[in-house]
Design a protein around this ligand. Structure first.
Ligand code: AMP
Length: 215
């Protein structure tokens, strides 16, 4: 099952992808997570990416295309993958289609999770993350103990790109760069819209209804 998950920052892509990855036994590939891991390790790639990420801008296409090509060549992608956060631009989509043609694994479905902007700002500005990968929301999904991760006991922090001014910039950037991709995949006839305003389980149910057709 070869799937791309679309949606603006805060639409719940990450949360859904994690559950879907468990449910179908295919890897969840988040370019945001890969970039953040490089930023925290202080790699050359991470240093370059941080300049863009901290401003809410997209990291250049050549960097992302290299990352995704290497990742899709790993053996755990043989049975399929869930791409989260990639592609964000037409050149990235074209590159993906070339990479997938070469390995004979065409993209089967693109899920587009939709949520209104104001709800996205509320969701993201209340989000707190842990270094272990868990994330919480002060209102919708608070940790048991304020500021502490339920899973590993680590201290929660607010991502630099989850501050309100950066969020608004990310939404502008998302629309400008990524909206054309929705048209691109719609033209290819593989786009499916998902209403992301419901609860996590409700949205998950809608997605499973679609993806079960590709098992
Ligand atoms: P995300 O966690 O997907 O919201 O990504 C966080 C940040 O990483 C984005 O705001 C971008 O700066 C960068 N990023 C992640 N994926 C991509 C991509 N496919 N193309 C360009 N930049 C990306």
């Amino acid at each position: 099952m070869n799937v791309v998950l679309f949606g603006p920052p805060g639409a719940g892509k990450g949360t859904q992808a994690k559950e879907l990855s468990k449910h179908y036994g295919i890897p969840h590939i988040s370019t945001g997570d890969i970039l953040r891991a490089n930023v925290s390790k202080g790699t050359d790639l991470g240093k370059k990416a941080a300049e863009y990420m901290n401003k809410g801008e997209l990291v250049p296409d050549d960097v992302l295309i290299g990352i995704i090509k290497n990742r899709l060549a790993e053996p755990d992608c043989k049975a399929g993958f869930l791409l989260d956060g990639y592609p964000r631009t037409i050149p990235q989509a074209d590159a993906l289609s070339g990479i997938l043609n070469d390995i004979n694994m065409p993209l089967e479905v693109v899920l587009n999770i939709t949520v209104p902007d104001e709800e996205l700002v509320t969701r993201l500005s209340g989000r707190y993350s842990c270094k272990c990968g868990e994330s919480y929301h002060i209102k919708f999904n608070p940790p048991k103990k304020a500021g502490i991760c339920n899973v590993c006991g680590g201290e929660l922090y607010q991502r630099d790109d989850d501050k309100e001014d950066v969020i608004r910039q990310r939404l502008v950037s998302y629309k400008k760069n990524t909206q054309p991709l929705i048209d691109y995949y719609e033209e290819k006839g593989i786009l499916v819209n998902i209403d992301g305003t419901g609860g996590i389980d409700e949205v998950f149910g809608q997605i499973i209804n679609v993806l079960d057709q590709y098992k």
